[in-house]
Structure formats: structure tokens, C-alpha cells
Design a protein around this ligand. Structure first.
Ligand code: RBV
Length: 416
């Protein structure tokens, strides 16, 4: 069973997935191994994660490892319709199309729960939250779940803290080979990619405001600087603000940044980061967008109320004309600009994120029954193994400690 936009796009989707496979050697190596060992045999995996070419490589890998899969997208604007069609054509149960409504979004999640999953996979925790809020009877049959992103992990930790979590969840986001690469380099490149596809503007010489200097904000700020933009950072955390300052970025309040910025991007995971009083002082022609998981960072309800009209001027680019005559350009309706206006993170970086996803699900299939409800991290050795495989498949060799050096590392008596 599937519902996608247009099955005729399957051939184009298949090509795109093959391209991703050629850039994801770690996940492909795990797939080859799993074809023989079948670590997910008998498992039913319900997944709710952006339907992209990289996700398709993960889905194919889960199926090759013996799992039955049912999938929905985790954002109304991130589904790549050709990829969804290709997955449907190879008999994966998938419910996803680009531009769906919020009601459709939850309908799709409900459809994926109909086969009573034994494992759940989330990006943003909407699927697992639906299980907990509406289908607690299903939770008994679930061995465990995984969560891909920072925002989802926050939600799950809050649920665990309140004693509301019914089964164990692995925070894939918290593996070093995920957050230190996907969040930084993945978000950095793909967000700029989204801005460029939606605007085609020159970044060199522009004042580029990044709200939030976490891993994602750090990546975006560094890539924007690389293209010659004048980067300004806004923060609420003293330590993060200090890091941005010492990295050479100008740090100021959003109230001040709003007056001078040409392009704004939010990467905070917090709501109402750019609101009415900021829009009111922005320059004519300012571009605003968001790369955080949810679309609550830009307050578009307030922007709409201040506007006398709006029109789409390019794909993923809406011009709001304010009552003061200024025009503000909103990209991708304030949703993740990297997935809605571009193709999400590049395959090479998703290779590691999804290798962690795969390892997480295999661990839960094996040990989930004996794990208490709670949020878990993958073991450190797993991270090291994924990094080792990534280096190996990239043709990069590194040194190893000699036995004398190993001894030195643990010898506390050796001093000056
Ligand atoms: N993300 N997936 C892709 N190309 O499939 N791009 C980004 C892709 C994930 C990323 O891991 C991040 O944590 C999450 O999307 C935010 O929703």
C-alpha cells in the first residue's frame, strides 16, 4: 500500500537513489553484510523521516536486512516525489508527497502504524509521539525506536523526564559521527544550497545573519563566510556567543541585526526568533528563512498581519509587501530551507547519519526487549567503527599508536 504524488516519476527517482548509493559507501557496506546476516528479519519498521534519495538508500538497506518497512515523510515540504515514486514502485509501503497539508501529514503517519511496528524511526518525534498520544496499545509490541534530530531528542528527553516514554529510544543524533558532521557540514552546505536555489543572489558582500550558534548555526555561518558574506550571529547562550565571537563573527542582539541584515536564517530550535518588531525595521528586500526542524522560528502570522499583500516570485520564494512599503522575501514558507528548497544534506554526510540509524535499529532488534524505557546513546565503539569505515572508503589512512605509546598514555608516573 502506498500513496505518492505520481508513480510515473519512478524511473527518475531510481536514478537519483543510485546516485546517492554511489556516495554512501559505509551504509552500502553495512547493507552487503546484512544481506547475509539478516539482523532485522521479522522486524516491522515504521519510519517517519524526510523522503530523500539518501533516505531511500536507508530504506533499501533496512529491507535488505530482512525488515518490512512502512514510511512517511517528516515534513510537508521535504518529500522528493520522484524518490517516493521509486520506493513505491519497488513495493515499499510509503505515504508521502510534496506539499501535503498538516492533516495529510498525520494521516500518513497513521497509515504507517497499521502493520503494528516492532521498531519506530523518527526525525522530529512526530511518529513516536502519535504512538504515545493515540495508540498506546501499539507500544507494547514495539521493541524500541530511534530519533534522528536534535529537536526530536529534546522532545523525547522531556517525555522520559516526565515518565511518559513507553519504550527505549536511541538518540542517533547524539552519536559523534552524526552531530559533528551532519549537523555542521550537512546543514552548512544544504542550507546555503536552498537559499541559492530559491533566490540566486550573490552572497559575497551581503550581511548574513545566523540566529543560533549551535552545531547547525556554526556550519551555516562558516559556509556563508566562505562565500564572502559578512556574517553576524545572534545567540542567547553566553558560551555559544563567545565561541562565535572568537571565531571572528560579529555577535549582537536580533533587534540590532534586524536593521542591517540582507539575509537571515534561523537555526535555533526555538519559536519566535524573528517577530513583528524585527520585520518592522528590516531593509527593503531582506530575505528570511529557517533551517530548524519546525517552522515556528519565524513568526509568519505576525508578518502576514503587517503585510498588504504577498505573491510567489520564484519557487520557494514569497514576497511579502509590508504596509510601510518594504518587501520581505520568505523562503520555503519558513520550513527547513535545506530540504524544502534544495535536496537536504549531501549523501556523503547522510552516509554516516544513516549508518548510525541502521546500527541503532539492529541493536534494538536484538536487545530492545531487555532495555528499559528511556533515551539511550549508541556505544562509543560504534562511532569509532563508522568513522573508521568512512575513512577507509575515502582512501584515507591514519597512524596507530605503538605499544610504547599505548603504555605512555596510561603511565601516570612519567612527568618532566
Ligand atoms: N536530513 N536528512 C537529509 N538528505 O536525507 N538531510 C537532512 C537527507 C536530516 C538531518 O539528519 C537532520 O537531523 C534532520 O534532517 C532535520 O529534520
Amino acid at each position: 500500500m502506498s500513496k505518492v504524488a505520481n508513480l510515473k516519476l519512478a524511473d527518475a527517482g531510481k536514478l537519483r537513489i543510485e546516485w546517492a548509493e554511489s556516495r554512501m559507501p559505509v551504509l552500502m557496506a553495512l547493507r552487503e553484510r546484512a544481506k547475509k546476516t539478516q539482523p532485522l528479519r521479522g522486524m516491522r519498521v515504521a519510519g517517519c523521516l524526510h523522503v530523500t534519495k539518501e533516505t531511500a538508500v536507508l530504506v533499501r538497506t533496512l529491507r535488505a536486512a530482512g525488515a518490512e518497512v512502512s514510511w512517511s515523510g517528516c515534513n510537508p515540504l521535504s518529500t522528493q516525489d520522484d524518490v517516493a515514486a521509486a520506493l513505491a514502485a519497488e513495493d515499499t509501503s510509503i505515504f508521502a508527497w510534496h506539499g501535503m497539508s498538516k492533516d495529510d501529514f498525520y494521516w500518513c503517519i497513521e497509515e504507517t502504524l497499521k502493520f503494528s511496528p516492532t521498531l519506530t524511526l523518527d526525525d522530529g518525534a512526530d511518529l513516536i509521539f502519535t504512538v504515545h498520544a493515540k495508540h498506546q496499545e501499539l507500544a507494547k509490541g514495539v521493541l524500541g525506536g530511534t530519533e534522528e534530530t536534535t529537536t526530536g531528542v529534546h522532545r523525547l528527553r522531556a517525555m522520559a523526564h516526565d515518565g511518559k516514554l513507553l519504550y527505549p529510544v536511541i538518540a542517533v543524533n547524539d552519536s559523534e559521527t552524526k552531530w559533528d558532521f551532519d549537523n555542521v557540514y550537512g546543514t552548512g552546505q544544504s542550507s546555503i544550497d536552498g537559499i541559492l536555489r530559491a533566490t540566486s543572489v550573490l552572497l559575497a558582500g551581503k550581511t548574513f545573519v545566523v540566529a543560533g550558534y549551535g552545531h547547525c548555526g556554526r556550519g551555516v555561518a562558516s559556509r556563508a563566510r566562505g562565500l564572502g558574506a559578512n556574517v553576524v550571529v545572534t545567540e542567547i547562550s553566553p558560551t555559544q556567543a563567545l565561541k562565535a565571537t572568537l571565531e571572528g563573527f560579529r555577535v549582537m542582539k536580533m533587534d540590532e541585526a534586524a536593521r542591517i541584515g540582507d539575509i537571515f536564517i534561523t537555526a535555533t530550535g526555538m519559536k519566535d526568533v524573528i517577530v513583528e518588531r524585527h520585520f518592522a525595521v528590516m531593509k527593503d528586500g531582506a530575505v528570511i528563512c529557517n533551517t530548524g526542524h519546525y517552522d515556528c522560528e519565524l513568526n509568519l502570522v505576525e508578518l502576514e498581519a503587517m503585510s498588504k499583500g504577498k505573491r510567489e516570485v520564484r519557487a520557494n520564494n514569497e514576497e511579502y509587501t509590508l504596509k510601510n512599503g518594504h518587501r520581505i522575501y520568505v523562503l520555503a514558507q519558513g520550513r527547513l530551507v535545506n530540504l524544502a528548497a534544495a535536496e537536504g544534506h549531501p549523501s556523503e554526510v547522510m552516509d554516516m547519519s544513516f549508518a548510525n540509524q541502521f546500527q541503532g535499529l539492529c541493536k534494538l532488534a536484538k536487545e530492545g526487549k531487555s532495555m528499559k524505557p528511556g533515551v539511550y546513546e549508541l556505544p562509543k565503539e560504534q562511532d569509532v567503527e563508522i568513522a573508521r569505515l568512512k575513512l577507509e572508503t575515502s582512501g584515507i589512512a591514519i597512524d596507530a599508536l605503538t605499544p610504547e605509546q599505548v603504555k605512555y598514555a596510561t603511565d601516570y608516573s612519567a612527568g618532566t
